[in-house]
Every structure is written in structure tokens, then in C-alpha cells.
Design a protein around this ligand. Structure first.
Ligand SMILES: Cc1cc2nc3c(=O)[nH]c(=O)nc-3n(C[C@H](O)[C@H](O)[C@H](O)COP(=O)(O)OP(=O)(O)OC[C@H]3O[C@@H](n4cnc5c(N)ncnc54)[C@H](O)[C@@H]3O)c2cc1C
Length: 380
């Protein structure tokens, strides 16, 4: 076993770290406050190859492995989880889904532009009445021969207004249950496709989350991903990889808060000494460091499983469950170590604490991860 990062992985880490410091940090508080999407930053991330990291170079991707992707996600998320969720959805849901299951024509038409960062994509599974219970799809895609007619509403869609391409899951044949679901590629501007108002969120406020309405949208059949009825499996397979990205996001949020708390604890004085000299604070830092290191090993292991062709359903679910818990606990402690300063925006940790919460909710809540994990454990 070798726990050291290769030279290439170290270079990616440094590049992502530099980008986060130089491009994301300067206005991160203002974007969070104003709920402003990081348009310029995402464009630059595309130019640097971060929007299609795992996509083959023949489709304008960077041809890197999953480990590179999680390393980059950690670094970006230390500073700005609103930007990193855009990176995550585009890479591990949209690009991965299209590259793995799309037709050559779909890859040429959509993936090449998504992987280069020229456009970004969205992944549309959740509905007002279908979140954890994703089989209860109410959105319908009725087969009309050479096209589908799409009707329904999707909720909570990341990149909701900034995407150009939307992978939409919808029910074609209700009698077939989850085997009657399809995944369709929908373009912004298709007649009948409307973007709802932006959600006013607790965290990741720089990302744009919207509901989407489909009113008799005509989607050509060549825009279906995979065979008829493959849509639910497509969503589950894609989300299994997506969870590794969100686990890395959670890890980054935790590590970012920890780094700030560590620095602050060596500067802030109380009772005549730096607060890090009070064991209560030093022990908090010890716990945070230990938990973050454990989470990092789990995230890297899940990425390694994916890169080496192993099943990553279990390792990805465990990594997400644990890293998101660590993100929540660590950010709360980081605020505590900052005292009153932790409660105001300038010190960043309150934002990281707000951002951490979403990692326990999207791409499968912690309870759903426990269902995945317990099923896997009990089946043996
Ligand atoms: C900011 C944000 C961005 C998002 N981005 C996207 C996106 O891009 N695309 C997309 O498709 N979706 C997206 N989502 C939706 C997200 O994936 C869902 O919110 C999530 O899956 C939970 O679904 P729900 O909100 O309907 O909660 P529910 O499913 O109603 O769950 C409510 C509670 O019940 C628990 N619960 C439900 N079922 C069980 C069970 N069987 N056993 C135990 N506990 C259970 C849940 O864990 C949760 O605690 C986003 C959500 C948010 C908030």
C-alpha cells in the first residue's frame, strides 16, 4: 500500500488550491450574501480543465482519474462549496452519465461542450413528492413514436438557471414501475420548458437551485439515454459516483473550517495565553484533525474503488455518510473556537457551517446512505 500522492496528484492539488485562494476567496462572502452564481469563476475552472476532469480527452475532457477529481473537490470546497457543487454536478452526474451511457452522437453534441466548460449541465431527478423515494416519479415522458412529450415539475435542481443541458428523469410506462422510467436530455429553450424562481437557501447560496416546469415539451427520441426503461438505473448508477464527489465536498468544508480554527487558536489570546494552550481547545483540534483524516481515507478509498473497477456503492455511501457528519461536527466546533468572531461573516466559519448541512441531504440523505450500507452489510 502507498498512501502518498503521485506527483501528478500533487500538481492537481496545488492548482486547485491556488485557484481557490486566488479566484474563489476574494468575493466568496459577497456571493454568499447576494446569492450570486460564480459565473466568471466557473468559466475559468472550465478553461483549466476542472469541469470535465474524468472525461476522455477525445471529448474535450482532462482524462484524469477519480482521485484527481476528489483532490480538486476538497481544495475548492475548503473555500467555496457553492462553486464546488457546480463542479461536482457537472463532472460526476452530467459528464459521467453522458460519457458512460450516452450515444456517440449525444457525446459529440453535448459532452464535448460540457466537458470543456463551455456550457454546464444539471441533473433532474427530485420532484415535490419524489426525493428519497425517487421511484415515485410524477413527471411523465409519453412515447409519441419519434419523440417524447414531457410534463411535470422537478424540484431543487442545482445549476437550475445557469445550465444549458438538463438530464431529466421521467416516467414513461407507469405499469412497469421503476423499469418504465427514462432519462432524457433536455435543452434550455425547448418550447414548454420553464425555469421556476430561485430557492433562498441556508447554505451554498452562491449556487442556483430552482424548480423546473415541463409543459408538453417535445424531446426527440435520440435524446433518450440508454435503452427504453433504463432511466432509473441510470440515475442510481450516476448518483453512486456523485456521492463520492459530495463526500469530497464535505471533506473540503471540514478541512477548510479546521484550517481556519487552527490558525485562529494560535492567534487569539485569553487568560494571558493563546487559546490553543487551553486543553479544551487543543482537544477539539485533535478530534477535528483525526476525524478529517479518517474521512479523507474513506473518500480516497471510494475514489480508488471506482478507478480500479471495483464496486463503489458501499464505499461511496460510507464516505458520504461519514464525511458529511464530520463536516457538520467540525464546522460547529470551528465556530466555537472562533467565539463571537465565529458568529460573524468575516471569519468564514459560519458560512462553512451553513454549507456543511447540505452534504447530509443531497445526493441521498444520511438516512438513505444508511439504508444502502445496511442492505449491503446484511446481504452477506
Ligand atoms: C440545495 C439543494 C440542491 C439539490 N440539488 C439537486 C439536483 O441537482 N438534482 C436533484 O435531482 N435533486 C437535488 N436536490 C434534492 C435532494 O437530493 C433531495 O432534497 C433529497 O434527496 C431528499 O429528498 P426530500 O427533500 O424529498 O426529502 P424526503 O425524501 O421527504 O425526506 C425527508 C426526511 O425523511 C427521511 N427519509 C425518507 N425516506 C426514508 C426512509 N425510507 N428511511 C428513513 N428515513 C427516510 C430523509 O432522510 C429525510 O430526513 C437538491 C436539494 C437541495 C436542498
Amino acid at each position: 500500500m502507498d498512501f502518498s500522492l503521485s506527483e501528478e496528484h500533487q500538481m492537481i492539488q496545488q492548482a486547485a488550491r491556488d485557484f481557490a485562494q486566488n479566484e474563489l476567496l476574494p468575493e466568496v462572502i459577497e456571493r454568499d450574501d447576494a446569492q450570486r452564481f460564480p459565473t466568471e469563476q466557473i468559466k475559468k475552472l472550465g478553461e483549466l480543465g476542472f469541469m470535465g476532469m474524468m472525461v476522455g480527452t477525445e471529448y474535450n475532457g482532462s482524462g484524469m482519474d477519480t482521485l484527481s477529481y476528489v483532490i480538486a473537490m476538497e481544495e475548492l470546497s475548503k473555500i467555496d462549496a457553492s462553486a464546488s457543487v457546480v463542479v461536482s454536478v457537472n463532472n460526476s452526474l452530467v459528464c459521467y452519465g453522458l460519457e458512460t451511457y450516452g450515444t456517440e452522437a449525444q457525446k459529440q453534441k453535448y459532452l464535448t461542450r460540457l466537458a470543456s466548460g463551455e456550457i454546464i449541465g444539471a441533473f433532474c431527478l427530485s420532484e415535490p413528492e419524489a426525493g428519497s423515494d425517487a421511484t415515485s416519479q410524477k413527471t411523465t415522458a409519453i412515447d409519441k413514436g419519434d419523440h417524447y412529450i414531457l410534463n411535470g415539475t422537478k424540484n431543487w435542481i442545482t445549476n437550475g438557471s445557469s445550465a444549458e443541458v438538463y438530464l431529466v428523469i421521467a416516467q414513461t410506462d407507469r405499469e412497469k414501475g421503476h423499469r418504465g422510467i427514462n432519462a432524457l436530455i433536455v435543452e434550455k429553450g425547448m418550447p414548454g420548458f420553464e425555469i421556476g424562481p430561485k430557492e433562498n437557501k441556508l447554505g451554498i447560496r452562491g449556487s442556483d437551485t430552482h424548480s423546473l416546469n415541463f409543459n408538453d415539451v417535445e424531446v426527440p427520441k435520440e435524446n433518450r439515454i440508454g435503452e427504453d426503461g433504463f432511466g432509473f438505473k441510470f440515475a442510481m448508477k450516476t448518483l453512486a459516483g456523485g456521492r463520492i464527489g459530495i463526500a469530497a465536498q464535505a471533506l473540503g468544508i471540514a478541512a477548510g473550517a479546521y484550517e481556519l480554527a487552527l490558525k485562529y487558536s494560535k492567534e487569539r489570546k485569553a487568560f494571558g495565553t493563546e487559546i490553543s494552550n487551553h486543553q479544551a481547545i487543543a482537544f477539539k483540534l485533535a478530534d477535528m484533525h483525526t476525524q478529517i483524516e479518517a474521512a479523507r481515507h474513506m473518500v480516497y478509498k471510494a475514489a480508488w474503488d471506482k478507478d480500479n473497477g471495483h464496486n463503489y456503492d458501499l464505499s461511496g455511501a460510507m464516505a458520504k455518510l461519514y464525511a458529511s457528519q464530520v463536516a457538520m461536527e467540525t464546522t460547529v466546533e470551528a465556530v466555537q473556537i472562533h467565539g463571537g468572531n465565529g458568529f460573524v461573516k468575516d471569519y468564514h466559519v459560519e458560512r462553512l457551517m451553513r454549507d456543511a448541512k447540505i452534504t447530509q441531504i443531497y445526493e441521498g440523505t444520511s438516512e438513505i446512505q444508511k439504508i444502502v450500507i445496511s442492505r449491503s452489510v446484511l446481504k452477506d
